[in-house]
Each structure stands twice: as structure tokens, then as C-alpha cells.
Design a protein around this ligand. Sequence first.
Ligand SMILES: *[C@@H]1O[C@H](CO)[C@@H](O)[C@H](O)[C@H]1NC(C)=O
Ligand SMILES: *[C@@H]1O[C@H](CO)[C@@H](O)[C@H](O)[C@H]1NC(C)=O
Ligand SMILES: *[C@@H]1O[C@H](CO)[C@@H](O)[C@H](O)[C@H]1NC(C)=O
Ligand SMILES: *[C@@H]1O[C@H](CO)[C@@H](O)[C@H](O)[C@H]1NC(C)=O
Ligand SMILES: *[C@@H]1O[C@H](CO)[C@@H](O)[C@H](O)[C@H]1NC(C)=O
Ligand SMILES: *[C@@H]1O[C@H](CO)[C@@H](O)[C@H](O)[C@H]1NC(C)=O
Ligand SMILES: *[C@@H]1O[C@H](CO)[C@@H](O)[C@H](O)[C@H]1NC(C)=O
Ligand SMILES: *[C@@H]1O[C@H](CO)[C@@H](O)[C@H](O)[C@H]1NC(C)=O
Length: 562
Amino acid sequence: MSQFLHLLTILLTPFIIHRAASSSIVFESLNSIPTGYADDGPAPVDSVLSLRVALVQNNVAGLHDALYAVSDPSSGLYGQHLSSLEVEAFVAPTLDTVAAVVAWLLTNNISAKPATPSGDWLSLSITVGAANTLLATTFHSYTQTSTGETYIRTLNYSLPSELQNHVELVHPTVSFPGAATPNGLISPFRTSRSIPRSTTIPAECAKYITPACLQALYAIPTTLATQPSNQIAVSGFAGRYANLADLHLFLTTLRPDLNSSTTFTLQSVDGGINPQNASLASGEANFDTQYTVGLASGVPTTFISVGPNSTDTIMEFLDIITYLVAMDQPPQVLTTSYGFNEIILSPALATNLCNAYAQLGARGVSILFGSGDGGVAGLANSTCTDFVPTFPSSCPFVTSVGATTGLNPEAATTYSSGGFSNIFTMPSYQSAAVAQYLDTIGSLNAGKYNATSRAFPDVSAQGTNVGFAIDGAASLMTGTSCSTPIFSSVIALLNDRLGAVGRPPLGFLNPFLYANPGVFNDITHGSNVGCGSTGFPAEVGWDPVTGLGTPNFTAFLNVLGL
Ligand SMILES: *[C@@H]1O[C@H](CO)[C@@H](O)[C@H](O)[C@H]1NC(C)=O
Ligand SMILES: *[C@@H]1O[C@H](CO)[C@@H](O)[C@H](O)[C@H]1NC(C)=O
Ligand SMILES: *[C@@H]1O[C@H](CO)[C@@H](O)[C@H](O)[C@H]1NC(C)=O
Ligand SMILES: *[C@@H]1O[C@H](CO)[C@@H](O)[C@H](O)[C@H]1NC(C)=O
Ligand SMILES: *[C@@H]1O[C@H](CO)[C@@H](O)[C@H](O)[C@H]1NC(C)=O
Ligand SMILES: *[C@@H]1O[C@H](CO)[C@@H](O)[C@H](O)[C@H]1NC(C)=O
Ligand SMILES: *[C@@H]1O[C@H](CO)[C@@H](O)[C@H](O)[C@H]1NC(C)=O
Ligand SMILES: *[C@@H]1O[C@H](CO)[C@@H](O)[C@H](O)[C@H]1NC(C)=O
């Protein structure tokens, strides 16, 4: 907090501005307008822009070291998660940085306020005209052709050279919200068939998946969790709302052994709401709440609804993390079934978000994201030649979840996204597992991916034709959107067992998972197609379709000594 107070002091103190003749440098740029956008010309100069400025954090390497120290089971500090103040100490900007940035803003007669407890992000509201001057650019209006939504962005912006080592990025500038499928990985299937009640492994699991199927397949307990402080949170983005009547129907139909009044609590970010009009129920939000409340039996579940006051999906991703980082006791598991193609985020913005996930991981939060539903083409981009990685899955500090289908054998789905980042280098926790895979496939797909980068997904779970309720009826959903809350619920139940014996939650999962491949059912059939190729095949051990495999709860308990 001391940095925060310093920052405020500086903001409120008349300042002697030290002005060297400064040159401007291009800070971030795009070569051309992203696919799927049309340029409507310069934005009106009197439009108001909500800008965020990311300041350089004082010790990101220290944050990464601390994260691995508490997440690697071979470390003496395993499980000794950091406090919020300990994390803030790594990410707070130095006073030199704060002074340089504040001086620049004051010179331009602009006031800003800290957007995070550590002061590593500032927020400011200024007109497009003022932003054009501040960033030596001309903001344009761009229309996303698929949605008709208009965004104010620029293809490049500049900052005075003396800020080069003090600012990481300004948003929104060169990161345009995703194209064809901006907000999610959902592909709902509607069916008139009702979902039968069942508590044993039902024959219908061969046709569609229910909580009972998952409990049998992955040995997930049906008994209630006992630790009220152990929580799971669901990200709700892009105006997708979770319907309580549908949750009740789902529980009555598919978890008749649970109290059918079990529900989730709502948390709001950016004015987030959760209206209950049946017509506003979303497949994604319904599924995610039903498979957390309904599978992580008895684990308190929170639906975090972001918006409508956020300006775009990228801002929603920033704001939910800012909100969680500012919490004294963030939920121990966060499940998110939304993502982007990595290419739509500037490397600086992707890196900043990835480090925000690292901050939560260091505090003992498991962050899980769906890997995407377009196979090696990312979010269903069929025009590619090179494979298209997705984000946040490509961030080494999250756990990426791919999708499987079938029971005998359980196999990779063709749509399960996976591959290799073009931004993040390979973390050491996965280097041996990935090397073995690359050795197995040899020259297959060579040149279409960066073999030395962070590879994903890390794990997988059933994703095809999973039963849930929407609009008062049974439906089926398909996608890594299904797999992610399922796997996340397994982690939440394990955290409950750990909490019951006074042990810390699993936190950032990956070093533990790669060190214990025996806790998975290895998936060795199927491949993720895309970009005119057959993609990556599932193989013995880790693969970029199903990761290490699907969970075996009993094996997890054994390895954890529970
Ligand atoms: C600074 O901004 C304030 C409020 O917008 C305005 O009244 C003032 O004239 C500005 N000063 C300069 C030097 O631009
Ligand atoms: C910045 O973008 C503009 C188009 O908006 C372009 O004319 C200019 O060449 C770009 N400058 C750089 C350095 O990329
Ligand atoms: C079911 O849950 C509701 C809401 O939490 C509670 O009021 C009710 O007492 C519970 N019923 C039983 C039988 O536990
Ligand atoms: C959201 O925006 C509305 C309309 O501008 C405003 O009334 C409300 O206070 C905002 N809520 C939050 C939490 O910012
Ligand atoms: C949702 O329901 C509320 C309250 O009944 C109503 O005011 C609102 O117009 C409805 N919105 C939509 C989009 O149907
Ligand atoms: C689709 O893939 C191509 C080739 O990899 C890439 O250039 C393009 O940016 C991608 N489009 C989107 C919207 O991600
Ligand atoms: C590998 O990553 C670099 C950026 O780090 C990118 O320019 C290049 O296109 C990528 N190669 C492939 C085959 O995707
Ligand atoms: C799950 O793990 C347990 C304990 O290691 C083992 O006995 C069981 O066979 C495993 N289940 C499957 C489906 O492999």
C-alpha cells in the first residue's frame, strides 16, 4: 500500500517538471487493420476515451520465482502462498517510474488515478483529441464487420523516449477485440430430448454426458464439500447471464441427491448484473454455473458478472483480474470459458495479463481457461496456414483445458484447440513432456508452429454433448467451454479435502500436474484438425490436444496423501 500512498501524494503535490527535449518513439504498432474490421476514419475528437496505462512493474522476475517456489512440489516453500502485500511488492512500479509517468501526465494537464492496489495500472478519462496529442497518434473508429460494433483504436502510438522504461502499454490502442467469435467458445446444441434421471453410470453416457457420467468416469465424489471458505468462481463476460430457474431444473433433473435450492452468489465488476429474464439466459453462463454448483458438490460458487460498463471484452479480462487481485481472499479456483486468438492482443498486453494470472497463482488461486474450439486453427479460423494459438491458454501461468469425447476409448475431439504460443517461451515444468511428444511426431506439421514456445492445453475433460438446462428445457452443449468448469470443479473438490486437513489449496497447478502424470487418464486417440491439416494427434503422455489427460480423482487423492 505504501506505493499507492506515494502515488497519491505525488498526484496531489505541485510538481516541478523537469523537461528535457524529448523525442517520441513508436511504442506499439500494427502493420495493418486486423481482419474483420473496417476503418471509418478519424474518431470524433470530443468522444471520451477510458484509457489505462500499465506502468513497468519493479520485479516481474521476482514474482515468477516466488510463484514457482510456492507451486513446485519439489520446493521447500510449496504451498506457502504469498499475501496480497507480498505480491504487490513485486508488481508495484518504482518511485522513479511513478514520477516519470505522473510528470508526463501533468505536462499534458491530465489527471489519473490508480486502477490497482499496487498502482501498476492507472486509469484516465480524456477526449480523443487529448489522447491524439498525448500519444502522438490519430485514433480512428473501426467497425467490426461481424457484429457491427464500433471501437476506437489506432494502428500505432508513440510516447516520449524518457518513458520507454517506465510504461508497458496503453489500452485501448492496438489490441482490437476478437473477430468472428469475440467472446467465447460456446457451441450449444439444442435438443428436445429430456435428460433422464440417473445416479449410476448410465448407458446413455455413450450418447451424452451428465454429472453422473463424469462422477463415474473420473471418480468424482458425490458427497458434499465441508469447507465454507473454499470457493470456486465462474467468469461471466459479454452480457452472458446465468439463470437460476434453469439451475434449479438442472439440479432437480441431474443431481437429485443435492439440495435443489443450492445456488451461486453474484459478484459484480463494472456494474455487472445477472438479470433473470428467461430470454436473457445464456448457454455459456448457464452451463458454467450448473457444472460448478452441480459437480463441485457443496463448494460455494460465485458468478462474477463483468459489465455492462466495461468498454470491450479485453477490458473485461483486465477488470476481472484487477478485481480479484484487489480481494483479500480471492476464490481458490477461477474457471473461464472465454478466450481470444493470441494474435489479437499486443504482446505487451498479453504479457501483462499473463503476469496478472501469475499474481493470483502466487496467492494460491488456480486459474483455468478453455483452450478454444477451433482445433489448431484457434477460435475457428479456417483460413490459416500456420497454426493459431489461443490466449490466455498460451500464458504459462494458467491451466489450459482441452476437450475429449467418448468412453471406450475416451478420445481427443477434433475441435480441441492446442498448440504453441507465438509470444511466451516454454516453461521448464513442461519441457520434458513436450520434448517427448515432439520426438514422437517428428516432422509432422513442422514450420506451422513454434516448437520452443509454451505449449497447451495442460489437461482435458469431456466436452461433447454435455447435458444442461436452458430456457426451462434440457439441452446439450459442446466445446472446451464444457471441459473447463468440469476440470475446475475437480480442483475445487480437491481443495476442499486439503482444507479439511488444514493444508493449503493447490494454487497454480501446472508444476504439480506435470510432476504427477499418474493422476490422469492418458488420452491417446484422436487429433485436433484445422488450417487444412489433420492437426496434432493425441499420443502416449502429454499432447497438444488433451494435455496430460483427464482427471482421476482417486489417483489425485493418493498422490496428495489424502
Ligand atoms: C487544464 O485543464 C483544466 C480542466 O480541464 C483547464 O481548466 C485548464 O485551463 C487546463 N490548463 C492548461 C494549462 O491547459
Ligand atoms: C502509424 O499508422 C498510420 C496509419 O494510421 C500510418 O500512416 C503510419 O505510417 C504508421 N506509423 C508507423 C511508424 O507505423
Ligand atoms: C436447501 O437449501 C436452502 C437454501 O440454502 C435451505 O434454505 C434449505 O433449508 C435446504 N434444505 C435442506 C433440506 O437442507
Ligand atoms: C454503470 O454505468 C451506469 C450508466 O452510466 C451508471 O449509472 C452506473 O453507476 C455504473 N456502475 C458502475 C459500477 O460503474
Ligand atoms: C427483463 O425483465 C425486466 C423486469 O421484468 C424488464 O424490465 C426488462 O425489460 C426485461 N429485459 C429484457 C431484455 O427482456
Ligand atoms: C486467422 O489466421 C491467419 C493465418 O494464421 C491470421 O493471419 C489471422 O490473423 C487469423 N485471424 C484471426 C481473426 O485471428
Ligand atoms: C513463431 O513466433 C513468431 C513470434 O515470436 C512469429 O513471428 C512466427 O510467425 C511464429 N511462427 C509460426 C510458424 O507460427
Ligand atoms: C484411478 O486411479 C486409481 C488409483 O491410482 C486406480 O486404481 C484406478 O484404476 C484409476 N482409474 C482409472 C480409470 O484408470
